[in-house]
Design a protein around this ligand. Structure first.
Ligand SMILES: [Fe+2]
Ligand SMILES: [Fe+2]
Length: 281
């Protein structure tokens, strides 16, 4: 089994950053001992050198391989310079066992909007031209609107082209952040999983700080939402080869699913028309 912990949007240096949550996550990572820890951006709040150094103080305690890409906040105030000095490349390819992960910087200095750009498309194609059992693309900005996040803004500017490119490249899973709300979409054969903020109280609605745990085991993928100090809940479970979906959580603002699932396994989610019991509680 391959286990990847995805942290996103810690925002070290923000008045909304909670050090106690970060310290707790470090303890939980130590106990979980994943094969890798991935951070999908917004490590800092303003891209300042002091914030970067504080972030290094936390992340240097992670004893597993640590892979990180910047977010829009990290590229403020020329913060990408500190990122490269302290964390390295902003575009990278990593193999975590049979799982290939491409990380790409979608930030533009002093802009909240994201962009990958056509000049990177060949690199993405070549990166996924491999026999990996699971292909994962990691990027900070969301590629598709996230429910429960208010007015849509700051998606990746070339999201349409990028989605088509990733589907054609056989990508199984896209890991994003930025919106601070956890959610999973399925688009054709590809899953797009947005992680919440792990340590910031800059939240929306009833969302709580959390991080994601991705497991790849015997051809199946599970994504769990883990609350620091709290429980872990399964938010998606599927087989990328057969396309069979066993479970996918719905945004709690909506009490009933809008489309049916394969029902070979009990998902715990009612079908349309089925009585809905205590979904909100
Ligand atoms: Fe953020
Ligand atoms: Fe962001």
């Amino acid at each position: 089994m391959v286990t990847i912990a995805q942290l996103s949007d810690p925002h070290v240096g923000s008045p909304h950053f909670v050090p106690n949550l970060m310290n707790r996550i470090l303890v939980e990572l130590d106990e979980l001992n994943p094969d890798a820890v991935l951070c999908t951006g917004d490590l800092t709040n303003e891209g300042f050198a002091g914030e970067y150094k504080a972030a290094v103080g936390y992340f240097s305690q992670i004893r597993q391989p640590f892979h990180v890409i910047p977010g829009n906040h990290d590229s403020r105030n020329v913060g990408y310079v500190h990122f490269e000095e302290l964390f390295g490349e902003r575009y990278w390819v990593r193999d975590i066992g049979p799982v290939r992960v491409l990380g790409a910087d979608s930030s533009e200095p002093d802009q909240n909007e994201g962009r990958i750009g056509r000049e990177r498309y060949d690199w993405i194609r070549e990166g996924f031209d491999c026999d990996a059992a699971l292909k994962v693309f990691a990027v900070h900005h969301h590629l598709i609107p996230i429910p429960g996040t208010g007015r849509e803004r700051s998606t990746i500017q070339d999201a349409g082209d990028l989605l088509e490119l990733l589907l054609a490249a056989g990508v199984d899973l896209v890991l994003t952040g930025h919106k601070h709300v956890p959610h999973v979409w399925r688009l054709e054969h590809m899953y797009i999983a947005n992680a919440g903020t792990c340590t910031s109280l800059k939240l929306r609605g009833h969302t709580k700080p959390c991080y994601s745990i991705i497991e790849y085991d015997q051809g199946q993928v599970r994504i769990h939402r883990k609350y620091p100090f709290g429980p872990s809940t399964l938010i998606a479970h599927w087989n990328p080869r057969t396309g069979e979906q066993y479970h996918r959580d719905f945004e709690p603002l909506f009490s009933a699913p809008v489309s049916p699932h394969p029902r070979e396994h009990d998902t715990g989610i009612p079908e349309p028309g089925e009585p809905v019991a205590d979904v909100h509680t």
